[in-house]
Write a protein that binds this ligand. Sequence first.
Ligand code: ZN
Length: 139
Amino acid sequence: MKSYRKELYFQVPTRRAFINITPEVNQALRESGIREGLCLVNAMNITASVFINDDESGLHHDYERWLEELAPHAPIEQYHHNRTGEDNADAHLKRQIMGREVVVAITNGQLDFGTWEQIFYGEFDGRRRKRVLIKIIGE
Ligand code: ZN
């Protein structure tokens, strides 16, 4: 069995963003040379997510509104976590909802996606450098 590991880096200029990272994951898959196996992609930070859904701007706008309704950023005093001096409690909660990682099957050297599936990095507390791990195993 072969394995391949790669890290991606993000420094988003805004507090929140959704970025389609499917091209970067495809690039890592090509570099791995693996034809059959599994590909894990996970955020290496507890205020960012990796998730799979549609690359449709209206949906991303809907996510933003829905997440702000569930866990509004302000007022920051509403969260116990922010008593530590941080202001990112909402980002931890948003990350929990949107998930830490995805696993995609690799078949015949391709990411074996369902219809319209794409892989996204979800940033909820940006303006600093963060990592995403890609781990591919197979043969
Ligand atoms: Zn925090």
